[in-house]
Write a protein that binds this ligand. Structure first.
Ligand SMILES: *Cc1c(COP(=O)(O)O)cnc(C)c1O
Length: 396
């Protein structure tokens, strides 16, 4: 099977063709190698492969050709030396957080994180002797203070979930490196189309491929993009022996999703920008957060590191949980769902769903109260999306 090299291709070309390996049949669409094992020509070859003395597949918990195509496509796109794909985004993030760290390690993380990432830092890592200090992501002085002591890993999300806060990736990367830490960026909300964390100085980017990469609400998958030596030392042994490997079928679905990622994300951004503006003008709104609007508190940071405003909009309704629920229940077109990055527009109430594992104090520390609604803008006609949201606000 010949692998196509195309490191000088533009991102949209990499998304369509990067990493493709053709079999002897010359198929144009990537093949699904739905196999758990591999047969050897001889017992000697089996021994060499298992000893790592000969290149080749040995077991799909370690590697699989369809999964490899996805990993190569993502590494090429992200500009990372290598990539590993996992069964879910949390599989990727938990592997990245747990595998390289041990007793006495120190993590510094932005307080506004995906709910499960907070749980890993707050509840799971401490059981293994790893402590996390949380800082306000937008506060560079707080980062300076927290990173004036040595640290091992820094975790940020930008834009963050659910309030679309910006963290200055370049500035935090410098501080993290001076403290001896690797910077990990959860780049799910921006997607690789809009933001390139490694170009901004991050060491590792992690993804839930469930979101924009599949983008059609079908499968779970995750990805870790980073340097080869770090991946081989820390991530490969963990993946081999603990088993977060993805199904080759799911990897194939994501490969197909990537082929339209550029188009989908750009169209969804254009829809989201218009929706943010029309929500902002509605009388039942307290505030809108959209990274592409100049009234976003960290607009300048977003503008510096993202090429468009993204596909998510958050807004606070006048009132609290009851009013937010009334708005959601009045939607006809949009689904109430905590997923995001889908072709279908989705709405959710973070305080009672994605961030319900946090207590009120923790939610308050990230500025999230019961009045906030998050919308993932999809690819329906923008006039239909707009009419549904404004109609629900009127009815609220
Ligand atoms: C969804 C999501 C994850 C987790 O991904 P799964 O594929 O659901 O495991 C992590 N981070 C962010 C920002 C997400 O939106």
């Amino acid at each position: 099977m010949a692998k196509r090299d195309g490191n000088d291709w533009k991102p949209a070309t990499k998304l369509v063709r990067g990493g493709t390996m053709r079999s002897q049949f010359g198929e144009t669409s990537e093949a699904i190698f739905l196999t758990s094992g591999y047969a050897y020509d001889s017992a000697e070859q089996a021994a060499r492969r298992m000893a790592g003395e000969e290149e080749g597949y040995v077991y799909s918990r370690y590697a699989n050709p369809t999964v490899r195509m996805l990993e190569n496509r993502l590494a090429m796109l992200e500009g990372s030396e290598t990539c590993r794909v996992t069964a879910s985004g949390m599989g990727a993030i938990s592997t990245t957080m747990i595998a390289p760290l041990g007793q006495g390690a120190r993590v510094v993380a932005a307080s506004a994180l995906f709910g499960s990432c907070r749980v890993i830092c707050q509840t799971i890592l401490p059981r293994y002797g790893v402590e996390t200090e949380f800082v306000q992501g937008a506060d560079l002085d707080a980062w300076k203070k927290a990173l004036s002591r040595p640290a091992d890993l820094v975790l940020i999300e930008s834009p963050s979930n659910p309030l679309l806060e910006a963290v200055d990736i370049e500035a935090v990367a410098k501080l993290a490196h001076a403290a001896g830490a690797k910077l990990v960026v959860d780049n799910v909300f921006a997607s690789p189309v809009l933001q390139r964390p490694l170009d901004l100085g991050a060491d590792i980017s992690v993804y839930s491929a469930t979101k924009h990469m599949d983008g059609q609400g079908r499968v779970l998958a995750g990805a870790i993009c980073g340097p080869s030596d770090w991946m081989e030392e820390h991530i490969d042994p963990w993946i081999r022996h603990t088993g977060p490997a993805p199904s080759p079928f799911n990897a194939w679905v994501v490969l197909k999703g990537l082929e339209t990622l550029d188009l989908r994300v750009k169209q969804a951004c254009s829809n989201a920008a218009r929706i943010a503006d029309s929500i902002a003008a509605h009388p039942k709104i307290n505030a809108v957060r959209y990274p592409g609007r100049s009234d976003h508190p960290q607009y300048e940071v977003h503008k510096k590191q993202m090429s468009a405003g993204g596909t998510l909009v958050a807004f606070s309704v006048k009132g609290a949980r009851a009013e937010a629920f009334r708005m959601l229940n009045a939607l006809n077109l949009l689904d109430i769902s905590n997923n995001l990055g889908d072709t279908k527009s989705l709405a959710c109430h973070p305080a009672s769903t994605t961030h319900r594992a946090l207590n009120e104090e923790e939610r308050a520390s990230m500025g999230l109260d019961e009045s906030w609604i998050r919308i993932s803008v999809g690819l329906e006609d923008v006039e239909d999306i707009e009419a549904d949201i404004l109609g629900a606000l009127d009815a609220m």
